[in-house]
Ligand binder design. Sequence first.
Ligand SMILES: [Zn+2]
Length: 290
Amino acid sequence: MRPLLAALALLLPLSLHAADKPQVVTSFSILADLTQAIGGKHIELVNLVGADEDAHVFEPSPENAKALLKADLIIANGLGFEPWLERLLDSSEARGTRIDASAGVLPLQLIEHGHSVPDPHAWQSLSNAEIYVRNIAKALSQLDPSNSADYTARRDAYLVRLQVLREQANRQLNSLSASQRKVVTSHDAFGYFGQAWQLQFIAPQGLSTSDEPSAAEVARLIRQLRSEGVRAVFVENIRDPRLIKQIADEAGAKVGGTLYSDALAASGPASTYLGMFQHNLDTLMAVLEP
Ligand SMILES: [Zn+2]
C-alpha cells in the first residue's frame, strides 16, 4: 500500500460514523447524474471526474482516494474508460462493491495502435443509457433494500423519459438524407450515437483524448472534409477547441457548436444526462438539417 493510502486507511474508523446513508462514489459526471436521479435523497454521492473534465487524462487526488475508502458502492463506466480507477482500487483497501454501469452493453470494438479495444463511450446511445439506469437501480436496491421500492419507481420514471427522448431522436435523425450524415468531432466519443442513428462521426483523435494526432493525420482529415463537402464540425466541452477550429477553417467549414462527449456541463441545460443528450441532438440537427 502506498504511504498516502495507508495514512488514509487509519482515518477510516472515524469516517464510518459520518453518515447513515449509503456512501456511493461515481467515476464521472454522467454516472453521477444518473445515480442521483435513481438514488434521490437516500444516498450520499461523491463524484470523481467533474463536469467539463476529461476522464481520459484524469489524475486522482488524495481526496478521491479517501472517498473510495469510505464508499459502500463504487459505480464505474467500465469498458476501459477509467484505468486510473483500477490503479487506485488495486492500491487501496476499498471495501465497497464495485459495479460497471455498462455491464450488459454490446461493446463496439475499434482498432487502436493495432489492437482491438472496446469503445468505452456507451452512454452516447439512449438504449445503452437504459442499461446503465437498470444496473444502477439494481445495485442501489441490493445495497439498501429498505428503499428498494423507491429506487425501482425512480428507475421506471427515468426509463419513460429516456423512451420519450429516444422517439424524438428517432424522428429527427431518421429524417436526414444520406448526404447529411457525416460529422466531425475532437475525439472518437460518438461511435454508439453513430451506430444507433447511422451517422458517421470522424475525429482527429482516437478513443482516448491522450493521443495527439500527427500533422499528416490532420492534413488527411482536412482533405477528406474538403473533397466530401462535410460541413458539420463540432468542438467538445472536454477538449481544447483550437485543433477543431483550425481544421474547420482549412476545410472551409464552420464550427457548428459544442457537443458534450465525456462530461456534463457545469451549469445550464447540459448539466444533466437528459439535458446533455437533448443539447447534442439540437446542436447536430441545427447544422445537419437542410
Ligand atoms: Zn472519450
